[in-house]
Design a protein around this ligand. Structure first.
Ligand code: SF4
Length: 376
C-alpha cells in the first residue's frame, strides 16, 4: 500500500470513528471534548481551553425515540442527534455549544436530553450593521465566561488568538485540498473527498492540518490525468449518507467544488487576524461570511456565488447538484431564488433530497443517472 493510500484510509477511519477520536484525545491530553452543534460556532474559543471541539452531525440511523420530542417534519440531522442523545451517546461531552438560527435548532437546544451542560448563543441576523458585531462579541464574551465556569479553566485573549491562527491555517490548507481534489478525481473520489473534509470535525485542528499537508505532498506527486466524467459542485447543508456519494462515484461525477455547510462554508473565509480583540475578530467572521441560508442576506448572493464558481477557469463545472436537506426551511427558502438565477445563466442543475434516515437509494440513483445522460 502506498503512503497516499495509507493516509486516505486514515482519514476514512477518523471520519467514521468520532467517539474513538475523542477517547484518544482524552488519553493523550487528559482533557475531554466539547460538542459543536451544526452549523457555526466559534470553535476557536473551545480550542483555546485545550478541550477538543468535536462536531455533532448525527449519522445514518433509523429514528424511534426522538419522535417523542420532535415532530416528524424536523430535519433528519436533528432527529438523529436527538435519538443519539437519548441513547446517551453524547454524555461524555464536557459541554455542548449551540447557535440557534433555525426553529429546529431552537427547539433542540431547549430539549437537550443528554447530561452535558448546554451553552446557547445567538448569531445576529441583521449581520451587516456594526451593532451586529458588538452584539455578537458580547455573546462570545458570555460564552467564554460560561465555558470557563463549566470547564473550570481560564481562557485568555492570547490563547484565543493562537487558536485563531491554528484554525486559519487549517482553513487555508482545506482550500488547497479542495483545489487539489478537483485535479485528481481518479484518486479523490466523492467518498474519499467527504471523509477527508469530515475528519476535520473530529480532530484537533493543528493535527488535522499536518495530516492534510502530508496528503497534499503525496497527492501532488501523482500525475493529474484527464477526467472523462462530469464535474459538479455540491451545495446545501451536507451530502450524506455515503451511499449518495457512492452514486456520484458510480456515475463518474467529480466533485470539483462545494458550497456545503458541513464542508467549504466552514473554511472559505478566514477570521481576520489584524484585529486586536479576538472576540471581535470572531464576530467579524460572521459579518464577512456570505452565501449560507443560515446567515441572512437580503442581497441573496448565493446564486451568483455558485454561478461564478461553476464558471471559474479552475473549476469549470458541468453542473450544480443541490443537496436539499429534507425539512430544512432556511435552505428551502433560498432554493427558488438561486434556481431561477441558474436557469437564467444556463447553469445545469438538479435538486436531490438528503435524509439521514434514508435506506433506499434507487430513486436518487435513477435521477442522477438520467441527469448524467442529460449532461452528456
Ligand atoms: S439542517 Fe436546516 S432545519 Fe436542520 S438544523 Fe440545520 S438549518 Fe435547521
Amino acid at each position: 500500500m502506498t503512503k497516499l493510500q495509507t493516509l486516505i484510509q486514515q482519514f476514512e477511519y477518523i471520519s467514521q470513528h468520532p467517539a474513538e477520536m475523542m477517547k484518544k484525545y482524552k488519553e493523550e491530553t487528559g482533557k475531554g471534548a466539547v460538542g459543536i452543534m451544526p452549523v457555526y460556532a466559534p470553535e476557536e474559543i473551545v480550542h483555546a481551553t485545550g478541550y477538543l471541539p468535536i462536531g455533532l452531525w448525527g449519522g445514518q440511523r433509523s429514528i424511534s425515540k426522538a419522535r417523542t420530542y420532535l415532530p416528524p417534519f424536523a430535519c433528519s440531522i436533528m432527529q438523529v442527534i436527538m435519538e443519539m442523545q437519548i441513547e446517551k451517546v453524547y454524555d461524555d461531552l464536557a459541554a455542548v455549544i449551540f447557535s440557534v438560527p433555525c426553529d429546529t435548532l431552537k427547539c433542540l437546544s431547549q430539549k437537550w436530553k443528554g447530561s452535558s451542560p448546554v451553552i446557547v448563543f445567538t448569531h445576529p441576523q441583521n449581520r451587516k450593521l456594526e451593532v451586529a458585531n458588538v452584539f455578537l462579541r458580547r455573546e462570545y464574551e458570555i460564552l467564554r465566561e460560561r465555558l470557563e465556569k463549566t470547564l473550570n479553566v481560564k481562557i485568555s485573549d492570547e490563547a484565543i488568538k493562537k487558536s485563531i491562527k491554528v484554525y486559519n491555517e487549517n482553513r487555508q490548507v482545506m482550500r488547497e485540498f479542495v483545489e487539489a481534489a478537483a485535479l485528481y478525481p481518479q484518486i479523490i473520489d466523492p467518498v474519499v473527498r467527504h471523509a477527508i473534509i469530515k475528519s476535520r470535525w473530529f480532530m484537533e485542528k493543528s493535527a488535522h492540518t499536518a495530516l492534510v499537508k502530508e496528503l497534499l505532498v503525496e497527492l501532488r506527486k501523482e500525475e493529474a490525468k484527464p477526467w472523462d466524467g462530469k464535474r459538479v459542485i455540491l451545495t446545501g447543508i451536507m451530502t450524506e449518507p455515503n451511499e449518495v456519494l457512492e452514486i456520484f462515484k458510480d456515475e463518474k461525477f467529480a466533485i470539483v467544488a462545494d458550497d456545503l455547510a458541513q464542508e467549504s462554508r466552514q473554511y472559505r473565509v478566514d477570521v481576520p487576524e489584524d484585529i486586536e480583540d479576538p472576540l471581535y475578530a470572531l464576530a467579524k467572521w460572521w459579518q464577512i461570511f456570505d452565501g449560507c441560508a443560515l446567515a441572512t442576506d437580503p442581497k441573496k448572493v448565493r446564486g451568483q456565488m455558485l454561478i461564478d464558481m461553476a464558471k471559474d477557469e479552475k473549476i469549470k463545472a458541468d453542473a450544480v447538484v443541490v443537496c436539499m436537506m429534507k425539512f430544512c426551511d432556511p435552505e428551502e427558502f433560498d432554493y427558488p431564488i438561486y434556481y431561477q438565477e441558474f436557469e437564467d445563466a444556463d447553469i445545469k442543475n438538479i435538486m436531490i433530497e438528503i435524509d439521514l434516515e434514508m435506506t433506499a437509494f434507487e430513486q436518487i440513483k435513477t435521477r442522477i443517472q438520467s441527469f448524467n445522460e442529460m449532461l452528456a
